[in-house]
Design a protein around this ligand. Structure first.
Ligand code: SF4
Length: 182
């Protein structure tokens, strides 16, 4: 379920009920389209964003204290809550770790923004050199698209990829695999 400012107060009681019924909840936060270059959504109302107030942190802490059946581990939600207001800078120009591809094989800037030079210059099979390293031209072009179009976001996949590549967490700790397998 996607959490926004209007439904946040119902999330904890709802997750409790679903847990009792043996249902796992996958919780995400609403994100907005900061400009017309954000093509993943047409929601522009920033009043819908959930800000990381202590009350929101408390709700999530309670879910873990009560061992409610939610999809992701606590360390992941701690990071996600920090950027729930759609103010993340993924720093892909410093640490590229998450590739998004359109259906025609062209590479996007990211899940939120298609970009301009990136999809027009690179198909998925063109971003790696023969030695397996990222093509330097690709990094330059995607960085330029980010500079031109990015106004932040709260894309959780990027956070998760970074946590795994930084070895802060293994994927097993991020996902409640035991609960999902029950
Ligand atoms: S909108 Fe895209 S480029 Fe900007 S921070 Fe989010 S993932 Fe990174």
């Amino acid at each position: 379920m996607t959490i926004d400012r209007r439904n946040i107060e119902y999330i904890l009681p709802l997750v409790r009920k679903l847990t009792k019924l043996g249902i796992c909840s996958d919780l995400t936060f609403i994100d907005i389209s900061h400009s017309n270059y954000y093509d993943f959504s047409n929601i522009k109302d920033n009043k819908l964003l959930v800000l990381p107030y202590p009350s929101v942190h408390r709700q999530f802490n309670t879910m873990y204290v009560e061992h409610l059946n939610i999809h992701m581990g606590k360390s992941f939600y701690d990071k996600v809550l920090n950027v729930s207001g759609s103010n993340m800078d993924c720093e892909l120009e410093r640490d590229f770790n998450n590739l998004t591809i359109d259906a025609d094989g062209s590479v996007r800037l990211c899940l939120r923004i298609r970009g301009n030079n990136t999809p027009n210059n690179f198909k998925v099979n063109e971003i790696f050199m023969e030695n397996g390293h990222l093509n330097k031209d690709f990094l330059n072009i995607i960085s330029q698209d980010k500079e031109d179009y990015c106004l932040g976001c709260n894309w959780t996949c990027s956070i998760m990829a970074k946590m795994i590549s930084d070895e802060m967490e293994s994927s097993d700790n991020l996902i409640h695999t035991k609960k999902r397998g029950d």
